[in-house]
Design a protein around this ligand. Structure first.
Ligand SMILES: [Fe+2]
Length: 312
């Protein structure tokens, strides 16, 4: 038999030749031996939760994981940048209107990029840990959202979420702060503490994001719920609805953990991030009441594990 090697789905390229049948979880053949891969096939495999495919051993070696992870971040960031720029323009055009404009978001590009993120995180969980890069105020929300997407995917996977549900979680996490396009940049980028009035305006990004996303026929309701609920706290002291415990959707509880971890550890222009170990200690200590205990525990174990593997 010809020599084959196992290649993670995230590293497959269009044109690669399938060397062994690829089966779904329930044993159906998704792709037969001898098929040449296309981008659609690769996305399809990721959506079915396939982790790796056998290719002939003659193919050239693939780039290492960190490079893949950088390329993915760039791809997702670009898609999200495009979507938010369109949204912001629509919002500005309708600034005089009392009602929100009717929005038709094309989320297909984002979905394709997210599917690749999911398969990347499945094969290289360490790629989900935030890249330590200085974040400018105007790009902060964008880059933060991408990291929250990666971390939420890692945590969701560790909590047993699979297949399209994992993709939906990743979409929700990527779009969790999309409502910020409707918040004045002077408030968004203010380095000092917000006044009570500014804080009240800032908090509206949750409902605003939900209103924008819930009408989109291509997005399942859970995706919009993450935008609405990602500041709800397990102890019921969050916003906007002061939901508590399991009243908060699991995706939102996962996103909350990822959101806080990345916000604590990120280096910003006006504030240096906290060391990951210290951030985890704060989350398990003084901030504990905010989080779903199961999600927090799984997150801590997952971060510790991928950090250990990353440095091994
Ligand atoms: Fe937020």
């Amino acid at each position: 038999m010809a020599k084959v090697r196992r290649v993670p789905v995230t590293e497959l390229q269009p044109g690669d030749l399938v060397a062994r049948d690829v089966l779904s979880e329930d044993g159906r053949i998704l792709l037969s031996t001898g098929v040449r891969l296309t981008r659609t096939y690769i996305d399809h495999l990721a959506q079915h939760g396939v982790e790796a495919v056998y290719l002939p051993d003659t193919a050239p070696p693939r780039p290492p994981a960190p490079e893949v992870s950088r390329r993915l971040r760039r791809e997702v960031t670009n898609e999200l940048r495009q979507l938010t720029a369109n949204l912001r323009r629509t919002m500005q055009q309708s600034a005089a209107a009392v009602q929100l404009p009717e929005l038709h978001l094309d989320t297909s590009g984002i979905r394709r990029a997210v599917v690749r993120v999911v398969s990347e995180v499945i094969t290289h969980p360490a790629a989900a840990l935030p890249l330590q890069e200085l974040r400018q105020a105007d790009e902060y929300t964008l880059l933060h959202s991408v990291e929250v997407c990666l971390l939420s995917t890692m945590l969701g996977r560790a909590m047993g979420i699979r297949g399209t549900a994992l993709v939906d979680l990743a979409m929700g996490a990527l779009l969790h702060d999309v409502g910020k396009v409707g918040i004045p940049t002077a408030i968004l980028n203010k380095p000092d503490r917000l006044t009570d009035e500014e804080l009240a305006i800032m908090k509206r990004h949750t409902t605003l994001g939900w209103v924008m996303l819930r009408e989109q026929p291509d997005l399942p309701p859970e995706v919009a719920l993450v935008a609405l609920q990602h500041h709800e706290r397990w102890d019921g002291r969050g916003y906007p609805l002061q939901l508590a415990g399991e009243q908060i959707h699991l995706f939102s509880r996962i996103c909350m953990v990822a959101d806080v971890y990345d916000a604590l550890t990120a280096d910003r222009v006006y504030r240096e991030g906290i060391h990951p170990t210290e951030a985890l200690a704060m989350m398990a200590g003084p901030m504990r009441e905010m989080f779903d205990p199961g999600a927090l525990e799984t997150f801590m174990a997952a971060v510790e594990q991928v950090r250990r593997e990353g440095t091994a």
